[in-house]
Design a binder for this molecule. Structure first.
Ligand code: SF4
Length: 186
């Protein structure tokens, strides 16, 4: 059976909601792999009952792309501590992709970049924002001086809004180039 026929068969036997739920289960598997560096411990009966006493659940949406899947963010003392799938969300219907499945990692990951760093003699060092911006702008200017304005390009993102896209476009024009694209197209 060709892949095309397989897809047609799948679509004929599986509704959108079921398919999205299957996607959510697949995402959970991906999360387990992504979080392999964190120890997995057995929850206590109290944790199973109420892991974060006094927390509140906030309905929000994933910001990783313009689909806008539903996320339930559990917040305790102003800190996002856990997330759940928003089963009744009108867009995602209880499913989301692997990016949204671990959206919380965006804020709690130990790999999160919290400040500018630069590699000096093979070692990453923290630097200030002024130094970072001066360094980047100096390198852009040097490139454009040597190779012309089209030696640089700007990439958008699935995470930026219409307004941010507008600013990126304006900034590219300001820099004298039409080299602009969306990261998803590459
Ligand atoms: S969960 Fe995936 S598909 Fe849904 S908004 Fe986030 S990135 Fe987009």
């Amino acid at each position: 059976m060709s892949p095309r026929n397989s897809t047609e068969l799948l679509n004929s036997k599986m509704g959108r909601r079921s398919f999205l739920k299957m996607g959510a289960l697949t995402s959970v598997g991906a999360v387990a792999v992504c979080s392999a560096s964190e120890p997995i411990v057995k929850a206590t009966p109290q944790q199973l009952k109420e892991a974060y006493p006094g927390s509140k659940k906030v309905k929000t949406i994933c910001t990783h792309c313009s689909v806008g899947c539903g996320i339930i963010a559990e917040v305790k003392d102003g800190v996002w501590v856990r997330q759940e799938v928003a089963q009744e969300h009108p867009v995602s219907l209880g499913g989301h992709c692997c990016k949204g499945a671990d959206l919380i990692d965006k804020v709690r990951s130990t790999n999160r970049l919290r400040y500018p760093t630069v590699k000096k003699d093979g070692v990453w060092e923290r630097i200030g924002w002024d130094e970072a911006l001066d360094s980047v702008s100096a390198q852009i200017q040097a490139l454009q001086k040597k190779y012309g304005p089209d030696s640089i390009m700007m990439l958008g993102s699935a995470k930026v809004s219409n307004e941010q896209s507008y600013y990126i476009r304006k900034f590219a024009a300001f820099m004298g180039t039409n080299n602009i694209d969306h990261q998803a197209r590459i």
